[in-house]
Structure formats: C-alpha cells, structure tokens
Design a protein around this ligand. Structure first.
Ligand code: NDP
Length: 248
C-alpha cells in the first residue's frame, strides 16, 4: 500500500480496559481510530483524546455491536470519518457467569450476542470494505477459556471458542484478497472485567500462571498492534496466546 494512504482502525469496546490499550497501541502505529463503546461515553472520549495525543485522528461512536443496526451505524460513522477501514478489532465483550444449572437462557443469549454475533456482524461489514481495498486485518479477542473451558463460563467459553472457528473460516475465505484474520487469546488481564473476582479466586489464578502475574491491557495492545502491522502480513488463521504461559 502507498505511503500516502492513511490507515484507519475500528476497535469495538474501545472505551476501557483492553480495548483502550488496543486503541492506543494502534494509534502509536499511526492509524486513525474509531473508538466504539456501548454506554461509557466519557471513557470513550478519554480514549480518543489519548489517541489524538499520539498525532492521529480519533472519533467515538456509540453503537451496540450485538445488533445489525449497531454494526451498520458503526461502519457508516467510520467510513464517513476516514473513508476506509484497514483494521477491525473485535474486542467488545461481556460476561454473565454461572454454573450451567443456574445459567439462564438470557445469560447465554446475551453473551453470545455481544461476544460472537457482534464480531460476525462487524466482520461482515469489514469484509465488504476490505475486499474492495484488497487489504485488511480482522483481529478478534478470544480468551484462554475459549481454548480450555472454565467452570461457570459455559456461555462465555462458547462465545470465545466460536470466535476462533470464525477467525479460521474468515482466514480461508478472505486470504486471496490480502485480508488476514487472527485471534488473540488473553489469559487473565487486570481490567474492570476481572477486578470483580474475589481475592481468593485471583490468588488461585496466579498459581496457574507461569509468569506469576496478571497481564496488563498493554500486553494485549502490543500483540494486536503486531498482528495489525505490515510485518504480520503472512500470518493468518492463528490464535496468539497472551497469557503468561497459562494456556500451555
Ligand atoms: P471491560 O469490561 O473492561 O470492557 C468491555 C468493553 O466492551 C467496554 O468498552 C464496553 O463498552 C464494551 N462493550 C460491551 N458490550 C458492548 C456492546 N454490546 N457493544 C459495544 N461495546 C460493548 O472488558 P476487558 O477490557 O477486560 O475485555 C475486553 C475483551 O477482552 C472482551 O472481549 C473480553 O472477553 C476479552 N478478554 C478479557 C480478559 C480479561 O482477563 N480481562 C481475558 C480474556 C479475554 P462500555 O465501556 O461502553 O460499557
């Protein structure tokens, strides 16, 4: 691609946590950023401002990616602002944990709708644009539990395993158009999502991590930035564990 083309990335759930770190890592590589969020407008604005400090343009877009209308609105706003989408990071995610006997149908449906269907809806929009560009990177944030499972997370683990199957399928479908699709599988990362865990659970988790610490959102940001880069152009259909060795 010509040096003069400025690239743009959409990060779903870019307002906080891992999504914010991904936005900042991509901004540091010179990409303009679309910070999507569900409800945290102030946090999203703060992420966008931090990106702009790195010398790129950034916009915020409120959109529920679990609905087709939300995904449509997100991509319309991105195209209106930047005229292209080079990188899609499917990061938006929720948990509704519970053991299977207690997990409600609604808990299951909500998690699948946000974590898996949301990624499908966004990938479908991105694929159309990227096929015309003959260039693109689709990166989905899976999880170590999507590979190994986790008691109390049948819905969440299913959504994250689903992302891996979808990623490999997209890699096969879109490779001829120079579009790569990869997944990043974080272990336990210190964000709002894991801050709610009881201390005893965190201590038990630390015992399962060879590197002996929770990960930082920046650890995921740098892995995503690598997969989004030119240097990763021959990597597709892969699941990159960023988990302190937990998933071995
Ligand atoms: P947070 O709970 O800190 O942030 C979740 C983000 O997703 C927020 O930006 C939130 O927006 C957004 N979001 C939620 N629902 C929607 C929706 N329907 N439409 C658009 N945006 C939405 O989570 P983390 O940063 O911890 O996690 C980010 C991703 O990484 C998730 O997919 C998660 O499953 C995955 N992951 C996290 C791990 C961890 O240990 N933290 C481990 C493995 C994977 P808003 O701020 O507006 O609510």
């Amino acid at each position: 691609m010509s040096e003069s083309i400025r690239r743009a990335a959409i990060v779903t759930g870019g307002s906080r946590g891992i999504g914010r770190a991904v936005c900042l890592a991509l901004a540091a590589q010179g990409l303009d950023i679309v910070v999507n969020y569900a409800g945290s407008a102030a946090a999203a604005a703060e992420t966008a401002a931090l990106c702009e400090e790195k010398g790129v343009k950034a916009i915020t877009v409120q959109a529920d990616v679990s609905t087709a209308q939300g995904a449509d609105a997100l991509f319309e706003a991105a195209m209106a602002a930047f005229g292209r989408v080079d990188v899609l990071v499917n990061n938006a995610g929720i948990t509704r944990d519970g053991l299977i006997l207690r997990m409600t149908e609604e808990d299951f449906d909500q998690v699948i709708a946000t974590n898996l269907k949301g990624a499908f809806l966004c990938a479908k929009k991105a694929a159309r644009i990227m096929m015309k560009q003959r260039y693109g990177r689709i990166i989905s944030i899976s999880s170590v539990v999507g590979v190994h499972g986790n008691a109390g997370q049948a819905n969440y683990a299913a959504s994250k395993a689903g992302l891996i199957g979808m990623t490999k399928s997209l890699a096969k479908e879109l490779g001829s158009r120079h579009i790569t699709a990869n997944a990043v599988a974080p272990g336990f990362i210190d964000t709002d999502m894991t801050r709610v865990l009881p201390e005893a659970a965190k201590t038990a988790l630390l015992g399962q991590i060879p590197l002996g610490a929770l990960g930082r959102p920046e650890d995921i940001g740098s892995a995503v930035a690598f997969l989004a880069s030119e240097q990763a152009g021959y990597i597709t259909g892969q699941v990159l564990g960023v988990d302190g060795g937990m998933g071995m």
